[in-house]
Design a protein around this ligand. Structure first.
Ligand code: 5GP
Length: 205
């Protein structure tokens, strides 16, 4: 069945940004929902494009006005999907992409009737750590916190319909699989892991 919304989660460092960029050229109806966050912008991030960067007070004001479709606290910062913008995308016939962490994704899954959910992962923990360090935008403390959060999130992979591995040098394939899933609800790509239990068991080895 054609999904109305695409939920994509992945560990920090899974390459969600790159993969989404390619996927949206393959299936132009995909439109990224821009989240609100209290995290400080990284170099190169633009307000209103990557996130709406707000103060904690502004975030809590939106929250108390019931302005979020879902929201969470992640590694010490608040993140949320602005409700109005999200429903407007659905009304306009786009397939909104919620690029959100697992807690928010579980909230969204409960709320939505028609969605596809994808968990995007690097092949293993070692690659995850290399990518996070390679990005060079994070403090050591933030890296360690994100790695430990990833260990907790691992178990939640089971809750997603599709597990896709973003292998080094194969972002195109991951993007193709995501575009197919957004368009048709399924894909037979080889980057989709069918045996989630084995993947979870081997990820940290
Ligand atoms: P980052 O700080 O690296 O941009 O994002 C940290 C985590 O927060 C990522 O897993 C990202 O997908 C997630 N995230 C971004 N926006 C939202 C949001 O609106 N809601 C939720 N629940 N998570 C979000």
């Amino acid at each position: 069945m054609k999904p109305q919304v695409l939920i994509v989660s992945g560990f920090a460092g899974s390459g969600k940004g790159t993969v989404f960029k390619i996927a949206s050229t393959l299936f132009p109806k995909l439109k990224l929902s821009v989240s609100m966050t209290t995290r400080a912008p990284r170099p190169g991030e633009i307000d209103g494009v990557h996130y709406y960067f707000v103060t904690k007070e502004e975030f809590l004001k939106t929250l108390s006005a019931n302005g979020f479709f879902e929201h969470t606290e992640y590694c010490g910062n608040y993140y949320g999907t602005p409700k109005k913008q999200f429903f407007q995308m659905v009304e306009e016939g786009f397939t909104p992409v919620l690029e959100i962490e697992t807690d928010g994704a579980l909230q969204a899954m409960k709320e939505l009737d028609s969605y596809a959910s994808v968990f995007l992962s690097p092949p293993d923990f070692k690659t995850l750590e290399e990518r996070l360090r390679g990005r060079g935008t994070e403090t050591e403390q933030s890296i360690l916190r994100r790695l430990s959060t990833a260990k907790e999130e691992l178990e939640l992979i089971r809750e997603y319909q599709h597990l896709i591995v973003n292998y080094n040098g194969r972002s195109e394939d991951a993007a193709k699989a995501i575009a197919q899933i957004a368009e048709t609800g399924e894909s037979d790509s080889s980057v989709i892991i069918r045996d989630k239990e084995a993947f979870i068991e081997n990820f940290l080895k």
